[in-house]
Design a protein around this ligand. Structure first.
Ligand code: MN
Length: 696
C-alpha cells in the first residue's frame, strides 16, 4: 500500500497539523485516501489499529472489533494496544529487546513498537487477548507513521488471525515430535537421515548403539563411513544411494562398521526422501544388526538338534539295552526250562525255584520288549501305516492268542459285535498289539473264575469303539491318574503279578498315533472297562473301473505254459483278498501267501516263487528286513521283490527303492499299475531264470 497516501490519511485522522501543500493536490489525495480508507477500515479480514506517538489508540477498525470483541469507542483515546496482547509474551519480548538494545525496554507499548520506532518495519507473532478473555494467535505488523518532517506521530498495527496456521504448525510439530520420539526410542534399529549428497544429518539412539558414534561425531560426515573399507573402495555406498534415488528404495544385507572398526552383518533399507515436487531432499537409512538374531537362531537350532540327538541317543541306548537284556533272558529262560526236564528230575524245592526264575524271566522279557517299543515310538522311528483293517478278523487272531491264558486262569471270555465286518483305519500289527495288551491285562488282573467281555460298536459314524470289561479288583481314582504314565507301578500293590504296566503307555501312544483315543472306567471291587476308539473306514475294494480291468485281464503267456507263482507277504487279510480277486482272473498265475516276514521267507525258500509281493509293516520283522534276508540268500536272491505299502510319501518310496525293492507300489491298489508292474517283474524273473538268450 502506498505509504504517502496512507500517511496523509492517518495524518488527517489523527488530527495532526496539515502540511503546507498545494490545495488541488491535497484534495485529490484526500479523495483517494478517503476511498482507500473506507476500504481498509471496512475490511473484516484484518485488525487495523492506529495509535498516536504515545500509544493511545486513535483508530480501531471493523476487523479489530471482530478480532478483539471491543467496540471502537470503548478503546479510542482510552487504551493502548499493549492491553490487547498476552502480557507474558510482551514481557518475554521486552527481555529480548533489552538484550539486543543493551538497554532496558519497558514491557508495554514500548516493546511493541521498539523496532518500528527505530526505523524498521517489524512483524512478529503474538497472542491477542479478547475482551472476553479468549486468546487469538496473530501475526502483527507494526509501522511508524511520520509527518512530512519525518517526526514520528503515531503507529499502525495490522494483525491477522494466525490460529489456523498455528493449529497446523502445532499438529506438524506434534507429528514430527512423536515421529522423533518413535525413531529415538527404537534402539535396536539404526535410523540415519542423509542429505542428497549422502552426508549424515540425523542420527538416532539406535544408530549410536549400533555404530558407536555419538550424534555430534557423525553428523556432517559421509554415510560411507559406516561401510566396510572394501565396499567403500568398490563404490557400494554411492551405488546404494543411486539405487534408492532411482527406485525409491533399496534394501539388502551388507557389512557395516562400528566406530571401533569392528564389522557386523546388517540388514539395511535406504529410502529416498522427495519433496512434493519430486526433488530429492535426502535419504532415510534404516539398519538392523543381524548378528544378534543369527546367534539367537543358531543357539535355538543347536538346542533343538541337541535335544533331538539326546532323544535319539536315549532311544538307541534303550533299544540296544533291551536287545542285550532279551538275548541274556533267552539264555536264562532256555536253561531254566532245560533244568526242569533234567534227569535226575529236580527236587520240589528246585522246581519251585525254577518256576520263579521262569516267571521273573518272562516278565523281564515282556518289559524289555515294551521299553524297546516305547523308545522306538519316542524316537519317531516306529514303522506303521494306516490302511482299512477288519476288527472282526483281527479279533479272531487276538482271541486265539488269549484264550489259552484265560482258560488257565478259569476266566470266561466273550466277544460281541464282531460278526459284522467293521473296518478301521489302522496299522493291523499295531492294533493287534494294543488289543493283545488290553486283553492280557483283563485276564491278568481278573479274579479267579471272573469274566472278560469284549465288545465292538460304532460310537458314531466316524469312530468304532472296542471295550474290554473285566471283573477284577478295579482301580482307585489315584491309580487311574497314574495309569498311562511310564513306570507308575500301578497294580503292583494290589496284585501278585509284577507288572509296571508300561504296556499301557505304549498302548496309549499307539492308539494316538493312529488318530484314536483310549480311556478307562473303573469301580473298585467290581472291575474296569478299558476302551479304545479308532477311525472307521470302508472295506478295501476295487474301484468299478479297476474291477472292469480285472474282468478283462488276459493271460500274458500261452495257456499251455506252466503257471507263474506269486508270493504275497501281508498281515492284513483284507488286502490279501483284494489281490486274490485280481490274480483269480489270471489262470496263468498261482498265488501263495504268508502273514509274517519269517513265514514269507520260509515259503520263498521252499516254493521259489517267480515274484514276491511284500508288505512293509509286518509283525515281528519288517518287509524291508524280510526282502534283504531273501536277497542275502543265494537260493532266493534272484527273485524280484515288489513292495506294496500304505506308506505313500515320496521319502518312504525312495527309501524302499534304495533298500533294494524291485518296485514300490502304494495302497490302495491301482489295478492297471499293479498288473503292469507284475508283468515287468515276471519278465525280469524269466530272464534271470534263463539267462541264455537263445533259449527263448
Ligand atoms: Mn501291514
Amino acid at each position: 500500500m502506498p505509504a504517502t497516501q496512507l500517511d496523509s490519511a492517518v495524518l488527517s485522522m489523527a488530527g495532526a497539523a496539515p502540511a503546507p501543500v498545494q490545495e488541488s493536490l491535497r484534495s485529490a489525495a484526500l479523495l483517494k485516501a478517503g476511498t482507500l480508507q473506507a476500504a481498509i477500515f471496512n475490511t473484516a479480514a484484518f485488525s487495523i489499529i492506529c495509535t498516536d506517538e504515545m500509544g493511545v489508540i486513535q483508530l480501531f477498525n471493523a476487523g479489530a472489533e471482530r478480532m478483539f470483541g471491543y467496540q471502537a469507542d470503548e478503546l479510542i483515546n482510552k487504551s493502548t494496544p499493549a492491553i490487547l496482547s498476552d502480557s507474558l509474551e510482551v514481557l518475554a519480548r521486552a527481555v529480548v529487546m533489552s538484550r539486543e538494545a543493551d538497554a532496558p525496554v519497558s514491557p508495554g507499548f514500548e516493546t511493541l513498537v521498539f523496532k518500528a520506532a527505530r526505523g524498521s518495519d517489524d512483524s512478529y507473532e503474538l497472542t491477542h487477548i479478547r475482551k472476553d478473555g479468549g486468546r487469538v494467535p496473530a501475526i502483527v505488523s507494526v509501522s511508524a507513521l511520520h509527518d512530512l518532517a519525518g517526526k514520528i506521530i503515531g503507529y499502525l498495527f495490522v494483525s491477522a488471525d494466525n490460529s489456523t496456521r498455528k493449529e497446523v504448525e502445532e499438529q506438524l510439530r506434534w507429528s514430527e515430535e512423536s515421529f522423533r520420539l518413535i525413531v529415538d526410542s527404537v534402539t535396536d534399529c539404526a535410523f540415519v537421515v542423509l542429505d542428497p549428497q549422502g552426508m549424515v544429518t540425523g542420527w538416532n539412539a539406535g544408530a549410536q548403539r549400533l555404530h558407536g558414534y555419538p550424534e555430534n561425531e557423525i553428523v556432517g560426515r559421509h554415510y560411507s563411513r559406516l561401510y566396510a573399507n572394501a565396499d567403500v573402495e568398490g563404490g557400494v555406498p554411492q551405488r546404494d544411494l543411486d539405487a534408492a534415488a532411482a527406485q525409491g528404495r533399496c534394501d539388502g544385507e551388507g557389512w557395516r562398521v562400528r566406530k571401533d572398526g569392528t564389522q557386523f552383518r546388517a540388514y539395511v533399507a535406504v529410502t529416498a526422501i522427495r519433496d512434493p515436487l519430486g526433488k530429492l531432499r535426502g535419504f532415510g537409512a534404516l539398519s538392523r544388526d543381524l548378528t544378534e538374531r543369527r546367534e539367537a537362531e543358531a543357539a535355538a537350532a543347536n538346542a533343538k538338534t541337541l535335544a533331538e540327538k539326546n532323544q535319539i541317543a536315549n532311544a538307541e541306548f534303550l533299544s540296544g539295552m533291551s536287545h542285550e537284556v532279551r538275548t541274556s533272558l533267552n539264555a536264562i529262560l532256555g536253561f531254566a526250562q532245560l533244568m526242569g526236564t533234567d534227569s535226575p528230575p529236580p527236587t520240589s524245592a528246585q522246581k519251585e525255584g525254577i518256576a520263579k526264575i521262569e516267571q521273573a524271566g518272562w516278565y523281564l522279557l515282556e518289559l524289555a520288549t515294551e521299553i524297546h517299543d516305547l523308545a522306538t515310538i519316542e524316537a519317531g522311528r516306529l514303522a506303521w501305516s494306516l490302511e482299512p483293517t477288519s476288527l472282526a478278523d483281527l479279533m479272531l487272531d487276538c482271541q486265539a492268542g488269549i484264550e489259552p491264558q484265560a482258560q488257565k486262569s478259569g476266566i470266561r471270555m466273550s466277544f460281541t459285535g464282531f460278526d459284522a465286518p467293521c473296518f478301521v483305519k489302522a496299522d493291523r500289527t499295531r492294533v493287534k498289539q494294543v488289543l493283545d495288551n488290553l486283553l492280557s491285562n483283563a485276564v491278568k488282573y481278573n479274579q479267579p473264575g471272573g469274566s472278560v467281555v469284549v465288545e465292538c460298536s460304532a460310537s458314531n459314524a466316524q469312530r468304532i469303539r472296542v471295550s474290554v470289561t473285566d471283573t477284577g479288583a478295579g482301580l482307585q481314582p489315584a491309580q487311574l491318574e497314574q495309569l498311562f504314565r511310564p513306570f507308575s507301578r500301578v497294580g503292583q500293590e494290589t496284585s501278585a503279578a509284577p507288572d509296571a504296566r508300561i504296556g499301557l503307555v505304549v498302548t496309549k501312544r499307539l492308539v494316538e498315533l493312529m488318530g484314536g483315543s483310549i480311556g478307562v472306567r473303573s469301580h473298585v471291587g467290581k472291575g474296569s472297562v478299558f476302551w479304545i476308539e479308532l477311525v472307521a473306514a470302508q472295506a478295501p475294494q476295487l474301484a468299478p473301473a479297476d474291477a472292469q480291468l480285472v474282468a478283462l485281464a488276459q493271460p500274458a503267456i500261452a495257456a499251455d505254459a506252466p503257471p507263474r507263482t506269486l508270493l504275497y507277504v501281508e498281515d492284513n487279510p483284507a488286502n490279501l483278498q483284494l489281490v486274490e480277486q485280481i490274480i483269480g482272473r489270471r489262470p496263468d498265475m498261482r498265488l501263495l501267501s504268508a502273514r509274517t516276514g519269517p513265514l514269507g521267507i520260509a515259503l520263498a525258500r521252499s516254493a521259489r516263487p517267480d515274484v514276491i509281493l511284500m508288505d512293509i509293516n509286518l509283525p515281528g520283522m519288517s518287509g524291508i528286513k524280510a526282502m534283504q534276508t531273501l536277497h542275502a540268500d543265494t537260493a532266493t536272491a534272484h527273485i524280484p521283490v515288489v513292495a506294496l505299502s500304505a506308506n505313500a510319501i515320496p521319502r518312504d518310496i525312495e527309501r524302499g527303492i534304495e533298500a533294494g525293492f524291485f518296485r514300490y507300489l502304494t495302497k490302495p491298489i491301482k489295478v492297471a499299475e499293479f498288473m503292469e508292474t507284475l508283468d515287468v517283474a515276471l519278465e525280469f524273473a524269466a530272464q534271470k531264470a534263463s539267462p541264455a538268450p537263445d533259449r527263448r
